[in-house]
Design a protein. Structure first.
Length: 186
């Protein structure tokens, strides 16, 4: 339960230290993340069955920043570790969020993996499959884009992949016309 304890509370503390109002919760709280076993061979690794976003909505309405550790539970009370990217995408979709922002260690989707100047600034859901089939999207970018696509399909307005190593990356992406990463839309 390190995720729901030490890590979650540490993030809450960091947010509060810079003036934010944060509340830590896990996917078990309010049955936020309903889960089931992904594969019995993997033990308590789960997949999402449903998101019940009411606890997050309540906190947002009161001006709090929810910090969610990605644990889910089933109806019998078994606790499962959930992939964080998948949980974020599912929660963003369930909230019909304006944006899901995925911060990573790459600029975004590159047309040529060896050319950092080949950034694709915007992708539609249909373009993702075409680029995947043609071999442009490979490796670790596949699950990142699957999460972005999932969020958009489930109700989020858009999703971004941006380089978290760049100072002020979120502000640059959200507040400039050119952005800094790749935006995924329907």
């Amino acid at each position: 339960m390190v995720l729901a304890g030490k890590v979650n509370k540490g993030l809450v503390n960091l947010i509060q230290n810079v003036g934010g109002r944060a509340v830590g919760l896990s996917g078990m709280d309010g049955h936020l993340i309903e889960a089931k076993t992904l594969d019995e061979k993997l033990g308590y690794v789960g997949e999402i069955v449903a998101i019940h976003p009411e606890p997050i909505k309540d906190l947002l309405e009161k001006g709090y920043i929810p910090v969610v550790s990605t644990l889910g539970c089933d109806k019998q009370g078994n606790v499962y570790n959930i992939n964080a990217d998948t949980a974020a995408a599912s929660i963003a979709g369930a909230l019909q969020a304006e944006s899901l922002i995925n911060m990573t260690d790459t600029k975004g989707v590159l047309r040529d993996a060896n050319d950092p100047l080949s950034l694709i600034p915007r992708l539609s859901l249909s373009e993702i499959s075409v680029l995947q089939q043609s071999g442009v999207i490979t490796g670790g970018m596949i699950p990142k884009l699957e999460c972005c696509a999932h969020a958009v399909k489930q109700g989020a307005n858009r999703a971004f992949i941006i380089d978290g190593r760049v100072s002020h990356a979120i502000l640059i992406e959200m507040l400039t016309d050119e952005g800094i990463g790749t935006m995924v839309t329907a």
